[in-house]
Design a protein around this ligand. Structure first.
Ligand code: GTB
Length: 224
């Protein structure tokens, strides 16, 4: 059964692969699962039809027959659990890979998202510089520990897994913060992930969507 995912009709990042459908596309490409994409506008995301699938009116979502799920982590885990290639065969290795998915989403990503929001939407506030410095420090802590743990290894725990996909996806989105480049091994880790053929295909596909939206003159600005 071909799954259907949702993605921005016109991504505010202008095709730079920052939106979270990128991680789902990448996972599907890694396991060789073809998929369909339903593009949604900001207005459509808040309509009952989409809310029935994604209760927070966001992308991505994932439908496979009668199953409809949301949350990037849950979607990537579903893909990894139902296909070969993104989780180790042995039980302990699988559990560790899943720990890395959660670590990416719960420990590493939150302060990095705060930085992105602060940079994009809070620049003109009188407290912007002070707050940005504070959250940059907060983000540096998990990145420092992650860098130490990765060391000179290629991936976080042996073979590339869904844990690496999620961690590298989180770091990739935060490259503009400059914080990833503070650790040579993390920058190299993201570059290795970006060089994977599956990542490249996923990136090219989401870029095509943006180019098509631009050609149609669709606005990529989020409502404020
Ligand atoms: N926890 C959810 C998940 O992991 O699936 C979060 C999903 C989420 O944040 N979705 C965003 C969304 O739908 C898109 S990815 N936003 C619309 C809304 O809330 O109305 C976040 C994102 C958006 C834009 C950029 N960008 O322009 O650079 C980067 C990332």
């Amino acid at each position: 059964m071909t799954p259907t995912i949702t993605a921005f009709e016109a991504s505010p990042d202008r095709g730079r692969g920052m939106a979270r459908d990128m991680r789902v596309r990448w996972a599907l490409e890694e396991v060789g699962q073809p998929y369909d994409v339903r593009l949604v506008s900001f207005a459509e995301m808040k309509q009952p039809a989409h809310l029935a699938v994604q209760p927070f009116g966001q992308i991505p979502s994932y439908e496979e027959g009668d199953l409809a799920i949301f949350e990037t982590g849950a979607i990537v885990l579903r893909i990894a659990e139902t296909h070969k290639g993104l989780l180790p065969e042995n039980e302990a290795g699988r559990a560790r890979a899943i720990s890395w998915i959660f670590a990416a989403l719960n420990t590493v990503e939150p302060p990095l998202v705060d930085i992105q929001f602060a940079t994009l939407f809070e620049r003109d506030k009188p407290w912007a510089a002070e707050r940005l410095a504070m959250i940059q420090e907060r983000a540096r802590k998990p990145l420092g520990f992650l860098s130490k743990r990765l060391g000179e290894a290629e991936w976080l725990d042996g073979e590339f897994s869904a844990g690496d996909l999620m961690m590298a996806g989180v770091l990739f989105r935060s490259k503009p913060s400059g914080l990833i480049d503070e650790h040579k091994n993390l920058a190299a880790y993201v570059a290795r992930a970006e060089a994977r053929p599956a990542f490249r295909r996923a990136f090219a596909d989401q870029l095509e969507v943006f180019k098509a939206a631009e050609a149609k003159g669709l606005s990529s600005a989020p409502p404020r």
